[in-house]
Design a protein around this ligand. Structure first.
Ligand code: GDP
Length: 394
């Protein structure tokens, strides 16, 4: 939250004064160098305003304001103070693109040469379409940072291991072969998050948030290890969220291989992630660089499928053929009749089928229709969504 914020409001409890937890938070905030306000809450009684003075002890470069969330006193002044510190709209937009705000990133400049940035911005202007937003996810040590660094080139390594290096450059844009990409939340790839207590939980939540914000999930798994429950959960979440996905089997360089190894690992992945059987698999080594080009090719291809739109006549033609070849089975005395189909939206492609009674349509028949759509239109790498609407016939 700190890394993504433009202004931070640190809320403390005026009735108990400075706590050790406040001091710990203050330490983190000091390093963030973000515009900061301290709101001393529960200052209900004007005579208690003196309590606010105690919070100067935190040694923060911040205005300290008494407020009462309960009574609303002081909240207008707090809001004014927040607004005063917000960046101008244009600046905020640049910030959302990642490192463009290197000037305020406190230390990021050293590792991100301005020249490279300018070049990237220039290329991005000529690239067609919006950039593809990519979330690189997977278990710790699977090679996420190595992969990202390989994409960005050594001179733009954004992943550091020292405390306090969480920086503003969360989403990092880059361009390859005229295609624009944005890597989502690279700060979340820092190897050892300095969050004591619940590192694991924190990193899972962060992963899910990155998935929420991306177009394409790159799920890295370790070729030397079996699939884990967490991999399955993340893949399931990405599928439910309607994200495109590429499965990347990393560290392939250190696997002892014969001619069956590849198929065996593929089979293992397909069984474990059967609900995402549409996701392409790429075997890579982030260390040697092998097949990294294929990863980006797969990203481009699945992103295009994810955004694809099919015209209503085309989809109806395919669907009439499908029903002609294999009509829906009758349920008792009633037979399902499907009137027509239309693609209601993209990303992920979503098709609405108008039927006489949606309840009659078996799951297996839905799967059949989905497969036909996939075969006809090539939706590799993206989930597709089929919606069945009951529409009474006159
Ligand atoms: P992260 O925690 O997912 O970001 O993983 P890292 O990128 O930090 O990698 C963890 C370790 O695995 C490091 O020692 C890397 O050098 C190593 N590693 C990453 N990718 C590969 C690979 O493809 N092959 C081999 N042999 N080692 C790798």
């Amino acid at each position: 939250a700190i890394a993504e914020a433009d202004v931070i409001v640190f809320v403390v409890d005026g009735t108990i004064g400075v706590t050790p937890a406040d001091e710990a938070v203050a330490e983190v905030l000091r390093r963030s160098r973000k515009p900061l306000l301290v709101a001393v809450n529960k200052t209900d009684d004007p005579s208690r305003t003196a309590q606010t003075a105690e919070f100067f002890r935190l040694g923060l470069e911040a205005e300290i304001l008494p407020v009462s969330a309960y009574h609303g006193t002081g909240t207008g002044d707090l809001l004014d103070a927040i607004v005063d510190r917000l960046p101008a709209a244009a600046e905020a937009e640049a910030g959302a693109l990642g490192e463009a705000e290197a000037g305020t990133a406190g230390g990021a400049e050293a590792e991100i040469p301005g020249g490279a940035e300018a070049e990237i911005a220039g290329e991005a202007e000529t690239s067609p379409g919006p950039p593809i937003r990519v979330a690189v996810v997977g278990r710790p040590n699977v090679g996420k940072s190595s992969l990202v660094n390989a994409f960005l080139g050594e001179e733009r390594v954004i992943v550091a291991d020292e405390p306090g290096t969480t920086r503003d450059a969360i989403d990092v844009p880059f361009t390859r072969d005229g295609v624009g990409y944005v890597l989502i939340d690279t700060a979340g790839l820092r190897k050892k998050a300095k969050v004591k207590g619940s590192v694991e939980r924190y990193s899972i939540l962060r992963t899910l948030r990155a998935v929420d914000r991306c177009d394409v999930v790159l799920l890295l798994v370790d070729a030397t290890q079996p699939l884990t429950e967490q991999d399955k959960r993340v893949a399931g979440y990405a599928t439910e969220a309607g994200r495109a996905m590429v499965l990347v089997v990393n560290k392939w360089d250190i696997v002892e291989k014969d001619d069956k190894t590849y198929l065996a690992y593929e089979g293992h992945l397909r069984r474990g992630l059967h609900y995402a059987d549409w996701a392409p698999i790429v075997f890579t080594s982030a260390k040697t660089g092998k097949n990294l080009v294929r990863v980006l090719e797969a990203v481009v291809s699945v992103a295009a499928n994810h955004r694809k739109r099919v015209s209503t006549p085309e989809v109806n033609r395919v669907f009439r053929d499908a029903v002609g070849m294999n009509p829906p089975p009758a349920e008792g005395r009633r037979r399902v009749r499907i009137g027509y189909v239309t693609q209601a939206s993209a990303a992920p492609p979503t098709f609405v089928f108008f039927v006489n009674d949606a309840k009659l349509l078996h799951f297996s028949y839905q799967r059949y229709l989905e497969n036909r759509l996939r075969q006809s239109f090539g939706f590799d790498g993206t989930p597709i969504c089929l919606v069945f609407r009951t529409r009474r016939e006159s």
